[in-house]
Design a protein around this ligand. Structure first.
Ligand SMILES: Nc1nc2c(ncn2[C@@H]2O[C@H](COP(=O)(O)OP(=O)(O)OP(=O)(O)O)[C@@H](O)[C@H]2O)c(=O)[nH]1
Ligand SMILES: [Mg+2]
Length: 291
C-alpha cells in the first residue's frame, strides 16, 4: 500500500508518520518513509530534522526512512522517489508512506505516486481554508484533523463538521470512495488505529471495484510518458546544433521577424534525435544535473 500525506507546515505530518509507522511495524509490517520536497536541494538538512522527529521509528529495523533526493526540479525529485519506492517494495517493505511539503505542485506529484492520499489539517477550518486550496482537497481520500487533544479537542470536533460540509461540494478523489474527515492526535496516539482501518477498507473496496488496479496502471503509463517528455526535452535543449542556433532564433522572435510557431518549426526541423541520443549516454542525467 502506498500512502501519501500532505498538509500545511506544522500540521503534524511527520509526527503522524512516526506514530502510524510504529503502529504498523508493531503489527508486523515493514514500512518505508519517503519525503518529496523539491526545495530540499537548498535546505538539505531537513531530513536530519525529520529523523530526530521520527526518533523511535528511525531506529527500528522494520522501518526505512529516506530523505527527499536533491533533484533540483520537481520532475527529478519525483522520478527518483518513484524509483526508490519500487526498490523499497522489492526489498520487502509492504507499506510506503510519502510525506510532501504542502506547497505548490508536489501534492499533485505525490498523488500520482500513491494509492491513498490524506490531507492533514488543523482546527479552525474557516481560517485554514485560506491556506488549503480546494484543488488539494479534491485530491484527498481522507481529511485528517490532527492535534485533536487537550483544549483543542472540542475545536477539532467542530472543524470536523465544517470539513464534512465542505466535502459535500467536492468531487471525490477516488471513484466510489466517499472522502470523510477524521480526528486524530499523533501525540496522544488517538484515532490512528481507526485511520488505518479506513485505509484498509479503502484498499479492499478499490481492489474489488477494480479502481485500485486501474489507478496503478494509469500511474505506470503516466510515469513512462513523463520520462519520455523529460528525456526528449533534455536531448533537445542540450543538443549543440540547437543551442548554437537558439540565440538568433530568440532574437528574431523578439524582433518580430518570425513568429514563435515559425521558430519552433525551424528548430525542430534542425533537430536530429539520433544524433542527440548518441551524444547522451546517460539517459536521465543530463549535463545540468551533473554539475
Ligand atoms: N498537541 C499536539 N501537537 C502535535 C501533534 N502532532 C504534532 N504535534 C506538534 O506539532 C509540531 C509540528 O509537527 P510535525 O510532525 O513536525 O509537522 P509537519 O507537518 O511534519 O511539519 P513540516 O514537515 O515542517 O511541514 C511539533 O511540535 C509536534 O510535536 C498532536 O497530535 N497534538
Ligand atoms: Mg514534517
Amino acid at each position: 500500500m502506498r500512502i501519501g500525506i500532505t498538509g500545511v507546515p506544522g500540521a503534524g505530518k511527520s509526527t503522524i508518520i512516526e506514530a502510524l509507522g510504529n503502529m504498523l511495524c508493531d503489527a508486523g509490517h515493514r514500512v518505508a518513509i519517503l519525503t518529496v520536497d523539491p526545495t530540499s536541494s537548498v535546505t538539505r538538512g531537513s531530513i536530519l530534522g525529520d529523523k530526530t522527529r521520527m526518533g523511535t521509528l528511525s531506529r527500528r529495523p522494520e522501518a526505512f526512512i529516506r530523505p527527499s533526493p536533491a533533484g533540483g526540479t520537481l520532475g527529478g525529485v519525483a522520478r527518483k522517489s518513484r524509483e526508490t519506492m519500487l526498490m523499497c517494495e522489492a526489498a520487502g517493505y509492504d507499506i510506503i508512506l510519502i510525506e510532501t511539503v504542502g506547497v505548490g505542485q508536489s501534492e499533485t506529484t505525490v498523488r500520482s505516486m500513491v494509492d491513498f492520499f490524506m490531507l492533514v489539517v488543523l482546527t479552525g477550518a474557516g481560517d485554514e481554508l485560506q491556506g488549503i486550496k480546494k484543488g488539494i482537497m479534491e485530491l484527498a481520500d481522507a481529511i485528517v484533523i490532527n492535534k485533536a487533544d487537550g483544549d483543542n479537542l472540542v475545536k477539532a470536533q467542530v472543524a470536523r463538521g465544517e470539513y464534512e460540509r465542505m466535502i459535500e461540494y467536492i468531487r471525490p478523489a477516488t471513484p466510489g470512495w466517499p472522502t470523510h474527515a477524521y480526528l486524530c492526535s499523533a501525540v496522544k496516539h488517538t484515532g490512528l488505529q481507526e485511520l488505518w482501518q479506513v485505509i484498509q477498507v479503502f484498499q479492499r473496496m478499490t481492489a474489488e471495484s477494480g479502481v485500485f488496479r486501474k489507478r496503478r496502471d494509469g500511474q505506470l503509463l503516466d510515469w513512462m510518458n513523463s520520462m519520455i517528455d523529460e528525456h526528449l526535452h533534455n536531448l533537445f535543449f542540450e543538443d549543440p546544433v540547437i543551442t548554437g542556433r537558439m540565440p538568433e532564433v530568440r532574437d528574431a522572435v523578439l524582433a518580430g521577424t518570425i513568429s514563435p510557431t515559425q521558430a519552433v518549426a525551424e528548430l525542430i526541423g534542425m533537430f536530429d534525435v539520433r544524433r542527440a541520443a548518441a551524444r547522451q549516454v546517460d539517459l536521465f542525467h543530463p549535463a545540468a544535473e551533473k554539475r
